[in-house]
Design a binder for this molecule. Structure first.
Ligand code: SF4
Length: 290
């Protein structure tokens, strides 16, 4: 599907284009894909090769997203595709985000069918989850607008690596976000995820300032982002730049993908993180994968 020309820029003298769907701002030459491998330059125009192609569909309890303070006790119809705009070495869903050629089968579905399924399973919302939804913006937008017409709420479970333009679009149709704040170190974001921490922090502030429902998740990895200093810094950011009312989830990491030499996160580290967050005044702190 041809991407709206508001989401990419053409070059005046070459066939190269600049995709502006996420903060990678990939410069893509003719015949090639961007980092997410879902968007292709064909003759100087940007095509979304992932439109209507999904990897996973399932009615899930909303608490699994995790969202504990938005429509609690309800089911959300969850949809995920393939690919990602980050390259996290520890990705817990790498079978659909990175190595999907080896592991996963594609399902074709229309926006109308997604909404019909959500209603059939008595879901109160649809959730874009499992892989990064931003890279599927054209499909998620069309489907979400249709879902809202049927009184379904819309959820984004995201790494927060939106471009300025795409976040503006997403804020127009998403009701609730869970954003993964992976660490408070630039170095971690660069080396482990291939991304820029500052972009995520700015986008979190913008989502909160818009008054959207926001919960934040931090996956704690032994030896990488598990120090009390870094956890304190993350909690300070939530308290000072967002608000004490933003629920914070600490989650346990397991050895996966290219980070299979770590041990599962120590339970004590999660309990310590919860204590720090509660001491800082964060009102709702949850532990996951434990
Ligand atoms: S969505 Fe992001 S990663 Fe994918 S091509 Fe566009 S800028 Fe690159």
């Amino acid at each position: 599907m041809l991407v709206s020309n508001e989401l990419y820029k053409k070059s005046s003298n070459t066939q190269k284009i600049r995709c502006e769907i996420c903060a990678n701002y990939c410069k893509i030459s003719d015949g090639n894909f961007g980092v997410c491998k879902q968007h292709k330059n064909i003759n100087g125009e940007l095509f979304d090769e992932s439109y209507g192609v999904v990897s996973s569909l399932s009615p899930d309890p909303i608490e699994k997203k995790p969202l504990h303070h938005f429509l609690p006790g309800t089911f959300t119809y969850s949809i995920g595709g393939f690919g990602c705009n980050m390259t996290c070495l520890h990705c817990q869903n790498y079978m659909i985000s990175q190595d999907y050629d080896k592991f996963s089968r594609a399902i074709k579905i229309t926006p109308e069918e997604v909404v019909e399924n959500a209603l059939k399973y008595n879901c109160r919302s649809i959730a874009w989850t499992y892989n990064e939804p931003t890279i599927h913006l054209p499909f998620s937008k069309k489907t979400s607008l249709l879902a809202r017409q049927k009184n379904l709420k819309v959820i984004y479970v995201s790494n927060g690596y939106f471009s300025h333009r795409s976040l503006e679009e997403v804020l127009g149709f998403v009701d609730a976000f869970n954003i993964d704040l992976k660490a408070m170190s630039d170095d971690f974001y660069k080396k482990v995820c291939g991304a820029d921490l500052g972009v995520v922090l700015d986008n979190l502030k913008r989502i909160y300032a818009e008054g959207k429902h926001l919960e934040v998740t931090n996956l704690i990895i032994n030896g990488y982002n598990d120090s009390s200093d870094e956890i304190s810094q993350l909690c300070d950011y939530v308290v000072e730049e967002l608000g004490c009312d933003v629920p914070l989830h600490f989650s346990r990491a397991f050895p996966y993908y290219k980070m299979n030499d770590i041990s599962p996160t120590n339970a004590e580290t999660l309990y310590m993180a919860r204590e720090i967050a509660l001491d800082k005044g964060i009102e709702n702190v949850h532990l996951g994968n434990i």
